[in-house]
Design a protein around this ligand. Structure first.
Ligand SMILES: Cc1cc2nc3c(=O)[nH]c(=O)nc-3n(C[C@H](O)[C@H](O)[C@H](O)COP(=O)(O)OP(=O)(O)OC[C@H]3O[C@@H](n4cnc5c(N)ncnc54)[C@H](O)[C@@H]3O)c2cc1C
Length: 356
Protein backbone atom coordinates (compact mmCIF):
# COMPACT_ATOMS: atom_id res chain seq x y z
CA UNK A 1 0.00 0.00 0.00
CA UNK A 2 1.26 3.53 -0.82
CA UNK A 3 2.40 5.34 2.34
CA UNK A 4 2.27 9.13 2.59
CA UNK A 5 3.51 11.52 5.27
CA UNK A 6 1.58 14.81 5.53
CA UNK A 7 3.55 17.55 7.28
CA UNK A 8 1.27 20.12 8.97
CA UNK A 9 -2.22 19.74 10.43
CA UNK A 10 -3.69 23.05 9.26
CA UNK A 11 -6.68 23.00 6.90
CA UNK A 12 -4.51 21.91 3.94
CA UNK A 13 -2.77 19.00 5.68
CA UNK A 14 -5.98 17.82 7.36
CA UNK A 15 -7.85 17.87 4.03
CA UNK A 16 -5.04 15.85 2.45
CA UNK A 17 -5.22 13.31 5.30
CA UNK A 18 -9.04 13.04 5.04
CA UNK A 19 -8.96 12.64 1.26
CA UNK A 20 -5.98 10.26 1.07
CA UNK A 21 -7.53 8.05 3.75
CA UNK A 22 -10.91 8.09 2.00
CA UNK A 23 -9.20 6.94 -1.20
CA UNK A 24 -7.50 4.00 0.52
CA UNK A 25 -3.98 5.47 0.85
CA UNK A 26 -2.07 4.86 4.10
CA UNK A 27 -1.46 8.30 5.58
CA UNK A 28 0.31 9.73 8.61
CA UNK A 29 0.01 13.37 9.64
CA UNK A 30 2.33 15.27 11.96
CA UNK A 31 2.37 18.81 13.37
CA UNK A 32 5.02 20.55 15.42
CA UNK A 33 2.38 22.25 17.60
CA UNK A 34 1.41 20.60 20.88
CA UNK A 35 -2.30 20.77 19.99
CA UNK A 36 -4.78 22.15 17.43
CA UNK A 37 -4.66 25.87 16.68
CA UNK A 38 -7.10 28.20 18.47
CA UNK A 39 -6.70 30.94 15.85
CA UNK A 40 -9.74 31.82 13.76
CA UNK A 41 -7.77 33.14 10.76
CA UNK A 42 -9.89 32.18 7.73
CA UNK A 43 -13.64 32.58 7.98
CA UNK A 44 -15.17 32.14 4.53
CA UNK A 45 -15.56 28.62 3.10
CA UNK A 46 -16.31 28.73 -0.63
CA UNK A 47 -18.74 26.54 -2.63
CA UNK A 48 -15.77 24.71 -4.18
CA UNK A 49 -14.43 23.72 -0.73
CA UNK A 50 -17.90 22.58 0.36
CA UNK A 51 -18.13 20.46 -2.78
CA UNK A 52 -14.65 18.93 -2.28
CA UNK A 53 -15.32 18.12 1.39
CA UNK A 54 -18.78 16.64 0.77
CA UNK A 55 -17.83 12.99 0.04
CA UNK A 56 -15.95 12.62 3.35
CA UNK A 57 -18.92 13.96 5.33
CA UNK A 58 -17.00 17.07 6.48
CA UNK A 59 -19.33 19.44 4.62
CA UNK A 60 -22.40 18.30 6.56
CA UNK A 61 -20.55 19.03 9.80
CA UNK A 62 -19.43 22.47 8.53
CA UNK A 63 -22.96 23.33 7.37
CA UNK A 64 -24.41 22.37 10.75
CA UNK A 65 -22.17 24.91 12.52
CA UNK A 66 -21.51 27.68 10.02
CA UNK A 67 -23.33 30.87 9.08
CA UNK A 68 -24.67 31.15 5.53
CA UNK A 69 -23.51 34.52 4.19
CA UNK A 70 -26.36 35.57 1.94
CA UNK A 71 -25.61 39.25 1.51
CA UNK A 72 -22.72 41.68 1.08
CA UNK A 73 -22.93 45.40 1.84
CA UNK A 74 -20.46 47.90 0.50
CA UNK A 75 -20.19 51.32 2.14
CA UNK A 76 -18.31 54.49 1.34
CA UNK A 77 -17.37 55.34 4.92
CA UNK A 78 -20.78 55.01 6.64
CA UNK A 79 -22.86 55.62 3.51
CA UNK A 80 -24.34 52.46 1.99
CA UNK A 81 -23.31 52.13 -1.67
CA UNK A 82 -24.59 48.67 -2.54
CA UNK A 83 -26.51 45.77 -1.02
CA UNK A 84 -25.67 42.61 -2.87
CA UNK A 85 -27.72 39.43 -2.37
CA UNK A 86 -25.32 36.47 -2.66
CA UNK A 87 -27.08 34.02 -4.93
CA UNK A 88 -26.02 32.37 -8.18
CA UNK A 89 -28.23 30.63 -10.70
CA UNK A 90 -27.44 27.91 -11.41
CA UNK A 91 -25.03 27.41 -8.50
CA UNK A 92 -21.59 26.10 -9.48
CA UNK A 93 -20.39 23.24 -7.23
CA UNK A 94 -23.93 22.88 -5.79
CA UNK A 95 -23.75 25.76 -3.29
CA UNK A 96 -24.51 29.45 -3.82
CA UNK A 97 -23.38 31.02 -0.58
CA UNK A 98 -20.19 31.52 1.40
CA UNK A 99 -20.19 29.58 4.65
CA UNK A 100 -18.77 31.46 7.62
CA UNK A 101 -16.92 29.45 10.27
CA UNK A 102 -13.78 30.33 12.26
CA UNK A 103 -10.77 28.39 10.95
CA UNK A 104 -10.14 26.65 14.29
CA UNK A 105 -13.60 25.04 14.05
CA UNK A 106 -13.04 24.02 10.41
CA UNK A 107 -9.76 22.39 11.48
CA UNK A 108 -11.43 20.69 14.46
CA UNK A 109 -14.12 19.16 12.23
CA UNK A 110 -11.54 17.97 9.67
CA UNK A 111 -9.45 16.48 12.50
CA UNK A 112 -12.49 14.79 14.04
CA UNK A 113 -13.32 13.22 10.65
CA UNK A 114 -9.82 11.89 9.98
CA UNK A 115 -9.43 10.62 13.56
CA UNK A 116 -12.81 8.84 13.38
CA UNK A 117 -11.39 7.08 10.30
CA UNK A 118 -8.45 5.88 12.40
CA UNK A 119 -5.73 8.42 11.48
CA UNK A 120 -4.49 10.18 14.61
CA UNK A 121 -2.74 13.55 14.21
CA UNK A 122 0.73 13.25 15.78
CA UNK A 123 1.22 16.60 17.53
CA UNK A 124 4.58 17.79 18.97
CA UNK A 125 6.30 16.12 16.00
CA UNK A 126 8.43 18.49 13.92
CA UNK A 127 9.84 17.58 10.54
CA UNK A 128 13.57 18.39 10.45
CA UNK A 129 15.00 16.40 7.55
CA UNK A 130 14.15 14.85 4.19
CA UNK A 131 16.28 12.55 2.06
CA UNK A 132 15.11 11.06 -1.18
CA UNK A 133 16.25 7.45 -1.59
CA UNK A 134 15.94 4.99 -4.43
CA UNK A 135 12.32 4.08 -3.76
CA UNK A 136 10.98 6.58 -1.31
CA UNK A 137 11.70 9.47 1.03
CA UNK A 138 13.35 9.25 4.43
CA UNK A 139 11.70 11.80 6.75
CA UNK A 140 13.37 12.75 10.03
CA UNK A 141 11.59 14.41 12.95
CA UNK A 142 12.97 16.52 15.80
CA UNK A 143 13.70 13.63 18.18
CA UNK A 144 15.97 12.14 15.49
CA UNK A 145 13.69 9.26 14.43
CA UNK A 146 13.51 8.61 10.67
CA UNK A 147 10.91 6.73 8.65
CA UNK A 148 10.51 5.87 4.99
CA UNK A 149 7.47 6.98 2.96
CA UNK A 150 6.52 6.68 -0.70
CA UNK A 151 5.58 10.37 -0.81
CA UNK A 152 5.72 13.41 1.49
CA UNK A 153 3.29 16.33 1.27
CA UNK A 154 4.53 19.57 2.83
CA UNK A 155 1.44 21.42 4.09
CA UNK A 156 3.45 23.22 6.73
CA UNK A 157 2.40 26.80 6.10
CA UNK A 158 4.01 29.97 4.86
CA UNK A 159 7.35 29.34 6.67
CA UNK A 160 7.40 25.75 5.36
CA UNK A 161 10.33 23.61 6.53
CA UNK A 162 9.57 21.18 3.67
CA UNK A 163 9.99 23.97 1.09
CA UNK A 164 13.28 25.06 2.69
CA UNK A 165 14.60 21.47 2.89
CA UNK A 166 13.82 21.06 -0.82
CA UNK A 167 15.57 24.38 -1.52
CA UNK A 168 12.57 25.61 -3.52
CA UNK A 169 12.56 29.43 -3.74
CA UNK A 170 9.48 31.44 -2.69
CA UNK A 171 9.72 34.55 -4.87
CA UNK A 172 7.43 37.55 -4.52
CA UNK A 173 7.21 40.59 -2.32
CA UNK A 174 5.90 41.82 1.03
CA UNK A 175 3.25 44.56 1.16
CA UNK A 176 4.54 47.62 3.03
CA UNK A 177 1.47 48.20 5.19
CA UNK A 178 0.53 46.49 8.44
CA UNK A 179 -3.03 45.13 8.63
CA UNK A 180 -5.00 44.88 11.86
CA UNK A 181 -7.57 42.40 13.09
CA UNK A 182 -10.01 42.17 15.99
CA UNK A 183 -12.33 39.33 16.99
CA UNK A 184 -15.11 40.66 19.21
CA UNK A 185 -18.43 39.89 20.82
CA UNK A 186 -21.01 42.51 19.91
CA UNK A 187 -24.74 42.69 20.45
CA UNK A 188 -27.53 43.89 18.18
CA UNK A 189 -25.29 44.32 15.10
CA UNK A 190 -27.96 44.71 12.43
CA UNK A 191 -26.24 42.48 9.84
CA UNK A 192 -25.53 39.11 11.50
CA UNK A 193 -25.35 37.20 8.18
CA UNK A 194 -23.76 39.89 6.01
CA UNK A 195 -20.25 40.60 4.75
CA UNK A 196 -19.69 44.33 5.31
CA UNK A 197 -16.97 46.28 3.50
CA UNK A 198 -16.39 50.00 4.16
CA UNK A 199 -14.10 52.02 1.94
CA UNK A 200 -12.34 54.72 3.96
CA UNK A 201 -10.50 57.79 2.74
CA UNK A 202 -7.02 57.55 1.14
CA UNK A 203 -7.11 53.83 0.31
CA UNK A 204 -8.29 52.61 3.70
CA UNK A 205 -10.65 49.66 3.95
CA UNK A 206 -12.33 47.87 6.84
CA UNK A 207 -14.32 44.65 6.68
CA UNK A 208 -16.69 43.17 9.29
CA UNK A 209 -17.58 39.48 9.06
CA UNK A 210 -19.84 37.41 11.37
CA UNK A 211 -18.02 34.48 13.03
CA UNK A 212 -20.89 33.08 15.13
CA UNK A 213 -23.96 34.42 16.93
CA UNK A 214 -23.01 37.86 18.34
CA UNK A 215 -19.34 37.29 17.39
CA UNK A 216 -17.58 39.28 14.63
CA UNK A 217 -14.21 39.68 12.89
CA UNK A 218 -13.12 43.21 11.96
CA UNK A 219 -10.11 43.56 9.70
CA UNK A 220 -8.47 46.64 8.16
CA UNK A 221 -5.41 47.67 6.17
CA UNK A 222 -4.87 50.37 8.82
CA UNK A 223 -3.90 50.02 12.49
CA UNK A 224 -6.63 49.32 15.07
CA UNK A 225 -9.34 47.75 12.92
CA UNK A 226 -12.12 48.37 15.45
CA UNK A 227 -11.42 52.08 15.56
CA UNK A 228 -11.50 52.20 11.73
CA UNK A 229 -15.04 50.81 11.49
CA UNK A 230 -17.23 53.79 10.54
CA UNK A 231 -20.43 51.95 11.55
CA UNK A 232 -21.55 51.66 15.14
CA UNK A 233 -20.84 48.26 16.69
CA UNK A 234 -21.79 47.64 20.32
CA UNK A 235 -18.71 45.65 21.35
CA UNK A 236 -19.16 43.78 24.65
CA UNK A 237 -15.84 41.93 24.62
CA UNK A 238 -12.63 42.05 22.61
CA UNK A 239 -11.57 38.41 22.28
CA UNK A 240 -8.39 39.07 20.33
CA UNK A 241 -6.63 41.98 18.63
CA UNK A 242 -3.52 41.87 16.52
CA UNK A 243 -1.60 42.98 13.48
CA UNK A 244 -0.20 41.13 10.50
CA UNK A 245 1.72 41.80 7.32
CA UNK A 246 1.07 40.27 3.93
CA UNK A 247 3.35 38.54 1.45
CA UNK A 248 2.47 37.93 -2.17
CA UNK A 249 4.48 34.86 -3.11
CA UNK A 250 4.33 31.58 -5.01
CA UNK A 251 6.79 28.74 -5.53
CA UNK A 252 7.86 28.05 -9.14
CA UNK A 253 7.29 24.32 -8.71
CA UNK A 254 5.03 22.37 -6.34
CA UNK A 255 7.32 19.33 -6.05
CA UNK A 256 10.85 18.04 -6.13
CA UNK A 257 10.95 14.32 -6.73
CA UNK A 258 8.58 12.51 -4.37
CA UNK A 259 8.07 15.50 -2.06
CA UNK A 260 5.15 17.82 -2.86
CA UNK A 261 3.89 21.16 -1.54
CA UNK A 262 0.34 22.40 -0.90
CA UNK A 263 -1.44 25.35 0.72
CA UNK A 264 0.42 28.31 2.23
CA UNK A 265 3.69 26.37 1.85
CA UNK A 266 3.29 27.00 -1.89
CA UNK A 267 1.49 30.33 -2.11
CA UNK A 268 0.55 33.34 -0.04
CA UNK A 269 -1.53 36.42 -0.75
CA UNK A 270 -3.74 38.97 0.96
CA UNK A 271 -6.94 37.88 2.75
CA UNK A 272 -8.92 40.05 0.31
CA UNK A 273 -11.29 37.70 -1.47
CA UNK A 274 -10.91 35.09 1.30
CA UNK A 275 -9.15 32.51 -0.87
CA UNK A 276 -6.02 31.36 1.09
CA UNK A 277 -7.48 28.46 3.04
CA UNK A 278 -9.80 27.49 0.20
CA UNK A 279 -7.07 27.17 -2.41
CA UNK A 280 -5.07 25.09 0.11
CA UNK A 281 -8.06 22.76 0.52
CA UNK A 282 -8.28 22.46 -3.28
CA UNK A 283 -4.50 21.74 -3.56
CA UNK A 284 -4.83 18.98 -0.98
CA UNK A 285 -7.91 17.41 -2.59
CA UNK A 286 -6.24 17.43 -6.01
CA UNK A 287 -3.04 15.90 -4.59
CA UNK A 288 -5.05 13.03 -3.05
CA UNK A 289 -7.11 12.46 -6.21
CA UNK A 290 -4.08 12.47 -8.50
CA UNK A 291 -2.08 10.20 -6.20
CA UNK A 292 -4.93 7.69 -6.03
CA UNK A 293 -5.46 7.85 -9.80
CA UNK A 294 -1.75 7.71 -10.72
CA UNK A 295 -1.57 11.17 -12.33
CA UNK A 296 0.66 13.03 -9.86
CA UNK A 297 2.96 14.21 -12.65
CA UNK A 298 0.36 16.84 -13.60
CA UNK A 299 -0.10 18.14 -10.04
CA UNK A 300 2.60 20.83 -9.99
CA UNK A 301 1.59 22.51 -13.27
CA UNK A 302 -2.14 22.34 -12.51
CA UNK A 303 -1.87 23.75 -8.98
CA UNK A 304 0.69 26.38 -10.02
CA UNK A 305 -1.73 27.59 -12.68
CA UNK A 306 -4.63 27.71 -10.22
CA UNK A 307 -2.53 29.40 -7.48
CA UNK A 308 -1.31 32.06 -9.93
CA UNK A 309 -4.92 32.72 -10.97
CA UNK A 310 -6.06 33.08 -7.35
CA UNK A 311 -3.17 35.41 -6.48
CA UNK A 312 -3.85 37.58 -9.56
CA UNK A 313 -7.59 37.77 -8.73
CA UNK A 314 -7.01 38.60 -5.07
CA UNK A 315 -4.45 41.27 -5.99
CA UNK A 316 -6.80 42.81 -8.56
CA UNK A 317 -9.55 43.21 -5.96
CA UNK A 318 -7.12 44.39 -3.23
CA UNK A 319 -5.68 47.05 -5.53
CA UNK A 320 -9.16 48.32 -6.44
CA UNK A 321 -10.59 48.49 -2.91
CA UNK A 322 -7.42 49.98 -1.35
CA UNK A 323 -6.56 52.32 -4.23
CA UNK A 324 -5.60 55.91 -3.40
CA UNK A 325 -6.06 56.98 -7.03
CA UNK A 326 -9.08 59.33 -7.37
CA UNK A 327 -9.77 57.88 -10.83
CA UNK A 328 -9.88 54.24 -9.60
CA UNK A 329 -12.02 55.23 -6.63
CA UNK A 330 -14.45 57.05 -8.91
CA UNK A 331 -14.61 54.02 -11.24
CA UNK A 332 -15.28 51.77 -8.22
CA UNK A 333 -18.17 54.01 -7.15
CA UNK A 334 -19.55 53.95 -10.71
CA UNK A 335 -19.29 50.14 -10.75
CA UNK A 336 -21.31 50.02 -7.50
CA UNK A 337 -23.96 52.28 -9.01
CA UNK A 338 -24.07 50.12 -12.17
CA UNK A 339 -24.38 46.99 -10.01
CA UNK A 340 -27.29 48.52 -8.10
CA UNK A 341 -29.14 49.07 -11.40
CA UNK A 342 -28.00 46.22 -13.63
CA UNK A 343 -28.51 42.55 -12.68
CA UNK A 344 -25.71 41.26 -15.03
CA UNK A 345 -23.14 43.46 -13.21
CA UNK A 346 -24.44 42.22 -9.85
CA UNK A 347 -24.19 38.62 -11.08
CA UNK A 348 -20.58 39.17 -12.16
CA UNK A 349 -19.61 40.54 -8.71
CA UNK A 350 -21.37 37.64 -6.96
CA UNK A 351 -19.56 35.16 -9.23
CA UNK A 352 -16.20 36.68 -8.27
CA UNK A 353 -17.16 36.54 -4.59
CA UNK A 354 -18.30 32.92 -4.74
CA UNK A 355 -16.01 31.35 -7.29
CA UNK A 356 -12.99 33.67 -7.60
C1 LIG B 1 -5.75 37.36 9.52
C2 LIG B 1 -5.96 36.32 8.46
C3 LIG B 1 -7.21 36.18 7.88
C4 LIG B 1 -7.41 35.20 6.91
N1 LIG B 1 -8.65 35.09 6.36
C5 LIG B 1 -8.86 34.14 5.41
C6 LIG B 1 -10.17 33.94 4.84
O1 LIG B 1 -11.17 34.59 5.20
N2 LIG B 1 -10.32 32.97 3.91
C7 LIG B 1 -9.27 32.16 3.52
O2 LIG B 1 -9.48 31.27 2.68
N3 LIG B 1 -8.02 32.32 4.05
C8 LIG B 1 -7.79 33.28 4.98
N4 LIG B 1 -6.56 33.41 5.54
C9 LIG B 1 -5.48 32.53 5.12
C10 LIG B 1 -5.55 31.16 5.80
O3 LIG B 1 -5.55 31.31 7.20
C11 LIG B 1 -4.36 30.32 5.36
O4 LIG B 1 -4.31 30.33 3.95
C12 LIG B 1 -4.48 28.87 5.85
O5 LIG B 1 -4.32 28.77 7.24
C13 LIG B 1 -3.41 27.99 5.19
O6 LIG B 1 -3.56 26.69 5.65
P1 LIG B 1 -2.34 25.69 5.61
O7 LIG B 1 -2.86 24.41 6.20
O8 LIG B 1 -1.76 25.66 4.25
O9 LIG B 1 -1.22 26.32 6.57
P2 LIG B 1 -1.31 26.62 8.14
O10 LIG B 1 -2.70 26.88 8.55
O11 LIG B 1 -0.28 27.64 8.41
O12 LIG B 1 -0.87 25.23 8.81
C14 LIG B 1 0.47 24.77 8.74
C15 LIG B 1 0.71 23.79 9.88
O13 LIG B 1 2.03 23.22 9.72
C16 LIG B 1 2.65 23.10 10.98
N5 LIG B 1 4.10 23.04 10.78
C17 LIG B 1 4.91 24.05 10.38
N6 LIG B 1 6.18 23.60 10.28
C18 LIG B 1 6.17 22.29 10.63
C19 LIG B 1 7.19 21.28 10.74
N7 LIG B 1 8.47 21.53 10.45
N8 LIG B 1 6.83 20.04 11.16
C20 LIG B 1 5.53 19.76 11.46
N9 LIG B 1 4.53 20.69 11.39
C21 LIG B 1 4.85 21.93 10.97
C22 LIG B 1 2.16 24.34 11.75
O14 LIG B 1 2.26 24.14 13.15
C23 LIG B 1 0.71 24.46 11.27
O15 LIG B 1 -0.18 23.79 12.11
C24 LIG B 1 -6.33 34.38 6.51
C25 LIG B 1 -5.07 34.52 7.09
C26 LIG B 1 -4.88 35.49 8.06
C27 LIG B 1 -3.51 35.65 8.68
Amino acid sequence: MTRVLVVGAGPTGLTAAVELNRRGVEVEIIDKRAEGSGLSRAVGITPQSLCLLYPSGVTDKLLAEGIHFREARIYRRSELGLTLPIRATPPKYGYDFILGLPQDRTEALLRETVEEAGVKVRFSTELTGLKEEESGVLATVADGKSERYDYVLGADGVHSTTRKLLDIPFPGHDLPETWSIADVNAKDWPHPETLTLCQLSRGGVVVAVPLATDRYRVISNRPDALRQLPLEMDVTKIRREGEFTISIRQVPTYNRGLVYLAGDAAHSHSPVGGRGMNVGIADAAEFAKRLAEGSLEGYSAARHREGAKVIAGSERVRKIVTSTSPMTRRLFRLALKAAALLPPVRRKIVDVLLYG
